[in-house]
Write a protein that binds this ligand. Structure first.
Ligand code: ATP
Length: 267
């Protein structure tokens, strides 16, 4: 579980997110919607810990939270293996474990033992030992079984890169997965495989997307970021019900405005 309590975020004195509060429960599939520039990506970065709220707090328990990139432009000089190993934090977990293991040889204090136990727990959780073997299955699932994982990402076509990004989603062991427009550039078959994966996963997913059909198929709850100082609206509803509820709310606002106009015209 992770809770955002009255989180606001400013850049250069401009409020990007205002007083955002909600909780992500385990296994929930949540869609994040809102106009362009409303702050959806900023919200994911705050939850990921990449950005720090200007005010308010984000309370995390022990869950592993991870954002998996869809745009691989920053990763062109990494091998496919290296990229997936890094963004799924398998590499970090392996290095942490190796470091603590070596330390334990010289220092068996309680503190070092606890750090070792912690590293071992992450090592198991991320299935570090099985990474290589699992990767084969993961690539097959993403439809790129035969690619050379030692080759740098820059050598692959746009379509293949989209599928490499998809493979990273399939390879992750996070408790809460953050995705920003995961269906961009993904073909129909890829979307279907991704939908099936998300629906069958025990992890919680927080997904920013403009893809209505995708949101309709995978999410059970929608959070609408209104932008600027307007905060958010939450709908414990699937996408279709969210659209209907939003329309009803808009109509009610319009009706109230019309009523106000009529009344002021009479006076
Ligand atoms: N580093 C930055 N410096 C200045 N302004 C920024 C920075 N990052 C984001 N912004 C601004 O913050 C606002 C929110 O950006 P964000 O990318 O979170 O929106 P978004 O809802 O994800 O948009 P889109 O749907 O277009 O991807 C935008 O107005 C953007 O221009």
């Amino acid at each position: 579980m992770i809770s955002l309590n009255h989180v606001s975020y400013e850049i250069d004195g401009k409020e990007i997110l205002h007083d955002v509060s909600f909780t992500i429960n385990s296994g929930e599939k949540i869609g994040i919607v809102g106009p362009n520039g409303a702050g959806k990506t900023t919200l994911l970065k705050l939850i990921d810990g990449d950005l720090v709220p200007t005010s308010g707090e984000i309370v995390r328990t022990k869950e592993e939270i991870g954002m998996l990139p869809q745009d691989l432009r920053e990763w062109l000089d990494h091998s496919v293996y290296g990229f997936i190993e890094e963004v799924t934090r398998v590499k970090g977990a392996r290095e942490q474990f190796d470091g603590q293991y070596v330390k334990l040889e010289h220092d068996s204090s309680e503190h070092t033992l606890l750090l070792y136990a912690d590293a071992l727990e992450r090592y198991d959780k991320f299935e570090v030992v099985l990474f290589g073997a699992n990767l084969e299955k993961t690539l097959r699932r993403a439809g790129i079984a035969s690619i050379d994982v030692d080759k740098e990402i820059g050598n692959f076509s746009g379509g293949q890169r989209t599928r490499i990004a998809l493979a990273a989603v399939f390879a992750s062991h996070y408790d809460i997965v953050l995705l920003d427009e995961p269906t961009n550039n993904l073909d129909e078959k890829g979307v279907v495989v991704l939908e099936k994966f998300i629906k069958g996963s025990n992890a919680a997913f927080l997904i920013v997307s403009h893809d209505r059909r995708f949101l309709r198929n995978v999410t059970s709850r929608i959070i609408e970021i209104m932008g600027g100082d307007q905060g958010i609206r939450q709908y414990s509803l699937g996408y279709d019900e969210y659209v209907e509820a939003r329309e009803r709310a808009r109509q009610a606002t319009f009706d109230r405005y019309e009523q106000y106009e009529k009344e002021t015209a009479r006076t």
